[in-house]
Design a protein around this ligand. Structure first.
Ligand code: SF4
Length: 413
């Protein structure tokens, strides 16, 4: 109970699974006492995931090119076409990296890159079919709507054609990347050449109706207002409503299935190094934690809420498990995009499991669709592979990745 009856009543309704309006979400985000907000969000987590399990994933983010024509102001990863530091990995290198990932127990790859002026649908068909043929056990959870819009434009085909072709080539799930801020004003301020938020959602809706599920992200802390943050999640919730209404999504609470629509919401905090927004305000830890908890209450139609230990740090990641979060994300065998902008947090398999267990949750490895692959009820159930560390070959980390001596960075071209 809080001293404010209106806030109490909204928290109670949301904790019970009722819908809250954007205006109510704003009130909770800005005014609700922190502990009451967290308790309500954790009530939702317990109802959705009564087994007390918090999941993690082993995956590798593999970048095929850093060449990009879109020049987002917050991005430290891209290089303009013809820049001397631009590179593209040949297929052989990408497959080598997939092979290393499989050897370390990865179940997923996230193939991620810039908007290369020459890469149309054909490039991605070849990329996905080559990975799928060599490593059918790897789920390809990759690229985001802006890459799909770009490839469709390069190839002169519709969004639907592009989605159907890359799905047929082996794409299993669309990453929620490139959402940044969906409302027009903050999006134009940080990514003036990127397609609009409405177009980002349009691609997701096309993917959902064609049987591809996805995640949704949000980048906090580039000068957007509280209202714009709420508007971002309102836009995502509306598209998810459509997926549920039209039967593209089965809600996991009701059926235990993970089909269609947005599977998870993943907010993360903007990193300020090596980009054109350097010096702008960043989201504080409290803003991030409050937003996490509020979004668990707002998304009555999204199953999972993921913490971002990579951008906020491991302590904050662990704390978030008491604010409605049920997934600690990936071990990230490789990550270069956010690390290039200053995210320096590293972890490993044992530490991720330890963080979950000491937060009084049961750790479990999951796959892309949140199926539990191994539940670690006691430390005796824990995996023993010491090689599973984050950033083991990331080029963005000073001094190279943690496992660089054993597993050298593959060459770039
Ligand atoms: S965020 Fe993506 S689209 Fe924007 S500049 Fe970076 S690589 Fe290009």
């Amino acid at each position: 109970m809080t001293a404010n009856r209106e806030i109490d009543s909204i928290l109670q309704r949301a904790a019970d699974g009722g819908r809250i309006t954007p205006e109510e979400a704003l009130l909770l985000y800005t005014e609700a006492p922190f502990h009451a907000l967290g308790e309500a969000a954790d009530t939702v987590r317990r109802r959705r995931h009564p087994d007390g399990i918090v999941t993690y994933l082993i995956d590798r983010n593999i970048n095929y090119t850093n060449v990009c024509v879109t020049a987002c102001k917050f991005c430290a990863f891209f290089r303009a076409p013809k820049h001397k530091e631009g590179w593209s990995h040949p297929m052989e290198e990408i497959l080598n990296r997939c092979g290393e990932a499989v050897d370390l127990g990865a179940t997923q790859v996230m193939l991620q890159g810039g908007h290369h002026p020459d890469y149309g649908v054909e490039y991605y068909e070849n990329l996905f079919s080559s990975v799928k043929q060599a490593y059918p056990q790897l789920a390809i959870h990759s690229i985001g709507p802006s890459e799909i819009l770009h490839m469709a434009k390069v190839s002169g085909v519709s969004i639907e054609d592009a989605v159907l072709r890359i799905k047929a080539a082996g794409l299993d799930s669309i990453a929620g990347a490139g959402a940044e801020m969906l409302p027009d004003r903050p999006r134009k301020a940080i990514a003036p050449l990127k397609e609009s938020g409405a177009r980002w959602l349009e691609v997701m809706a096309v993917a959902h109706r064609n049987g591809l599920s996805s995640t949704a992200t949000m980048m906090m802390g580039t000068g957007e207002t509280h209202e714009e943050r709420i508007e971002h999640i309102r836009m995502i919730r509306d598209v998810q409503d459509l997926a549920v209404e039209r039967g593209y999504r089965d809600d996991a609470v009701e059926t235990g299935q993970e089909i269609g629509g947005f599977r998870a919401f993943i907010p993360w905090t903007y990193q300020p190094e090596n980009n054109h927004l350097k010096g702008r305000t960043q989201a504080t830890t409290m803003e991030y934690l409050r937003f996490l908890a509020m979004s668990r209450l707002f998304f009555d139609n999204v199953s999972h809420l993921q913490a971002s230990w990579l951008t906020t740090g491991k302590d904050v990641g662990q704390l978030s498990l008491h604010l409605g979060v049920d997934d600690l994300g990936s071990i990230m065998l490789e990550e270069n995009v956010i690390s290039s902008a200053g995210a320096r947090h590293r972890s490993n398999l044992h530490e991720l499991i330890w963080m979950i267990r000491t937060a009084d949750r049961i750790p479990a490895q999951r796959d892309t669709l949140y199926k539990h692959l191994a539940v670690h009820y006691t430390p005796e159930d824990d995996p023993t592979d010491e090689r599973v560390v984050s950033h083991f070959s990331s080029i963005a980390m000073p001094g190279g990745g943690a496992g660089r001596k054993q597993l050298p960075v593959v060459g770039v071209s």
